[in-house]
Each structure stands twice: as C-alpha cells, then as structure tokens.
Design a binder for this molecule. Structure first.
Ligand code: SF4
Ligand code: SF4
Length: 68
C-alpha cells in the first residue's frame, strides 16, 4: 500500500515537499499536468518512506496524505 499519496488536483507543484523529505524520495513528476497545469509531486520510492509526514505538514495546500 502507498504510504504517501499526493492528491493530484490539489497540488500546485511548488516543490516544498521535495525539499523537506529526509529520505529524498519526493520529486516533481514530469509526465502529466493536473487540471490547473501543474506538474505534481510524487513519492519515488514507497518502500523507503518512513511515514514521518514532514511532506504532508509543509504542504500549503494539504495535498498530501500519509498512511501508516
Ligand atoms: S512521509 Fe516522510 S519519508 Fe515519506 S515521503 Fe513524506 S517526508 Fe518523505
Ligand atoms: S508541497 Fe504540496 S502543493 Fe507543493 S509540490 Fe508538494 S504536494 Fe504539491
């Protein structure tokens, strides 16, 4: 199961979550834009995620949810 999930349409691609992840596993994906035209963040290695929720806490748009 995915631990970190980005709600695609809420994300504005600001990259803040990329900067705070201690495991360096959050990146802005470059394949698909959301309806607002942003490339959105995604977790690149679910197995490495420690569910610390730093990414969710810093997101100004509350676009990230964490499952334990
Ligand atoms: S929960 Fe922590 S380890 Fe997992 S993606 Fe977010 S910041 Fe990185
Ligand atoms: S901090 Fe939030 S809005 Fe900014 S890129 Fe990450 S998920 Fe998207």
């Amino acid at each position: 199961m995915e631990k970190m999930q980005v709600q695609f349409e809420r994300c504005k691609g600001c990259g803040l979550c990329v900067t705070v992840c201690p495991k360096k596993i959050v990146a802005l994906q470059k394949e698909k834009r959301n309806e607002k035209g942003y490339f959105t963040a995604a977790c690149t290695d679910e197995d490495a995620c420690i569910s610390c929720a730093m990414c969710a806490m810093i997101c100004p748009d509350c676009a990230i949810t964490i499952q334990k």
